[in-house]
Design a protein around this ligand. Structure first.
Ligand SMILES: [Ca+2]
Ligand SMILES: [Ca+2]
Ligand SMILES: [Ca+2]
Length: 239
């Protein structure tokens, strides 16, 4: 057993060494690196602390729709909140029982537009022809405005393609008392040109105003599941 464990450990370390050249460009914390064909990765955001440092690997946040927040922007991150605020910040939404979501309270100056983004490295050793994405949009509809959240993907991290079939907009008319509503979204992205082994891929959730007046609903994403498939079948699942 010990020998088997050692072999497994060496293989794991070898993967790490192979991945060293995958240095992300500035502005990204790191990549979500997908290496194993059977391992399941889970992204529930339940370990967020309301800091830049606690963002999961590969995830980034923009409050202006173009630049990503960095460790120097600590003032833009706030502690978890249970809902019912108008203070602009990136903060974990606390849905109860330890369930957190990656969230933002938009204002006229923040997150209108803005985005959440994840950069993914295909370290499976195989080309990928299909990317399946599932996630939940969480929303606390406590204001008479509507906000939109659109899923987009990119092959180069700069030019993004929107997927209109999974567009989301929060209800315009406020709810009183408000509660956390969870909306499931899923889609499959067929890649005309397969994502090569060691290639990179980006997903982002682009946010903006969608009409109304006054303050804005708080919203965000949770339970992001990304499945990479080769033409022959399943390559890896991240949840
Ligand atoms: Ca969660
Ligand atoms: Ca609303
Ligand atoms: Ca609000």
């Amino acid at each position: 057993m010990f020998i088997l464990w050692k072999v497994k450990r060496v293989l794991q370390l070898s993967w790490c060494l192979l991945l060293l050249p995958l240095v992300p460009p500035s502005g990204y914390a790191s990549d979500m690196v997908i290496t194993n064909r059977k391992q399941r990765f889970c992204e529930t955001f339940d370990t967020l602390e309301g800091t830049f440092e606690s963002l999961p690997a590969g995830f980034a946040v923009s409050k202006d729709g173009s630049n990503c927040l960095s460790a120097a922007d600590s003032g833009d991150f706030k502690a978890p909140h249970a809902g019912g605020t108008s203070e602009g910040a990136c903060r974990p939404w606390d849905l109860g029982d330890g369930n957190l979501a990656l969230g933002y309270q938009p204002t006229s100056a923040e997150f209108t537009p803005g985005f959440f983004m994840v950069s993914i490295s295909n370290a499976t050793g195989e080309a990928v022809g299909l990317v399946e994405v599932a996630y939940q949009v969480v929303c606390y509809n406590n204001e008479n405005r509507s906000s939109s959240l659109d899923l987009e993907y990119s092959r180069d991290g700069s030019a993004f393609t929107r997927i209109p079939s999974v567009s989301y907009s929060s209800p315009m008319r406020e709810e009183n008392p408000a509660h956390w509503a969870v909306t499931a979204r899923s889609t499959a992205i067929h890649l005309r040109k397969p994502l090569a082994a060691r290639g990179r891929f980006w997903l982002r959730w682009y946010a903006d105003d969608n009409g109304g007046s006054g303050s804005r609903d708080e919203y965000g994403i949770d339970n992001v599941t990304i499945t990479l498939r080769s033409r022959r079948g399943l390559v890896i699942t991240i949840e």
